[in-house]
Design a protein around this ligand. Structure first.
Ligand SMILES: [Zn+2]
Length: 239
């Protein structure tokens, strides 16, 4: 009898109704983990050494179930956070009022570029545009490309187009981006597609990365960026 069934039975063991999920959880925690087993009136294993051994096994099985449940809940939370909010506020650059104004004026150009790149990448659904706290990222959950005001105000058209193309390439692999968010293979695939879409060279890619690091003081040449450059056959230097 598993704990779901256990919770659904009355004192005499007769099946009465299906247990609600909350009751199942309460039954697991109270009867199996917290209360001494002599308090549990429906325990099948109450007497003797064999009973103690069986109770210990039952306790261990329920403990493993509880740990699995906790891991699933925490893991799901982390996964949802990574796919919906990869945009930390702490990296946000401080901009002058004039730069903020420039970023507003640049938005329509970015939206039309996104539409062109999405068409080039063969995307059938339209991509949303948003303002990021820092850098640029694609959110597969919202199917949205977000660009920071620092990028909008400080990057050249060529550099920004290449960065947009990289994010559009993630959008074209939406399902893979969902499941392997931030994986190096996904970044490499997006880099290759971005170069192809924009007809850029690896050197232009490196220049866009350098310009991004200068534009956004919270960004740096990470090991992953250096590895991506290596795969493209170039070396990234600190700006
Ligand atoms: Zn990427």
């Amino acid at each position: 009898m598993d704990f779901a069934e256990h919770a659904a039975r009355g004192e005499d063991g007769a099946r009465t109704r299906r247990a609600l999920p909350l009751e199942v959880l309460a039954s697991l925690v109270l009867h199996r983990l917290c209360l001494p087993h002599s308090f549990a009136p429906h325990s099948r294993y109450r007497d003797g050494a064999q009973g103690i051994a069986l109770r210990t096994i039952a306790f261990m099985i329920n403990l493993i179930k509880l740990l699995l449940l906790a891991t699933t809940v925490v893991g799901s939370g982390v996964w949802i956070w990574r796919t919906t909010d990869p945009d930390p506020k702490r990296y946000r650059a401080s901009l002058s009022p004039q730069e903020i104004q420039t970023s507003w004026k640049r938005a329509p150009w970015v939206i039309s570029e996104l539409a062109c790149l999405a068409k080039a990448a063969g995307l059938r659904s339209s991509l949303a545009f948003g303002i990021a706290n820092a850098g640029a990222h694609y959110s597969p959950f919202w199917h949205r490309v977000s660009i920071s005001r620092a990028f909008l105000a400080r990057l050249s058209d060529t550099d920004l187009r290449l960065i947009l193309a990289h994010e559009v390439a993630h959008a074209a692999r939406r399902l893979q981006t969902f499941s392997r968010c931030g994986a190096i293979e996904e970044e490499l695939a997006a880099d290759r597609a971005a170069l192809q879409m924009t007809g850029s060279t690896p050197e232009q890619w490196a220049e866009a990365i350098r310009a991004s690091v200068i534009a956004e003081p919270g960004m740096a040449i990470t090991n992953q960026l250096a590895l991506r450059a290596e795969v493209l056959g170039i070396q990234l230097e600190e700006p």
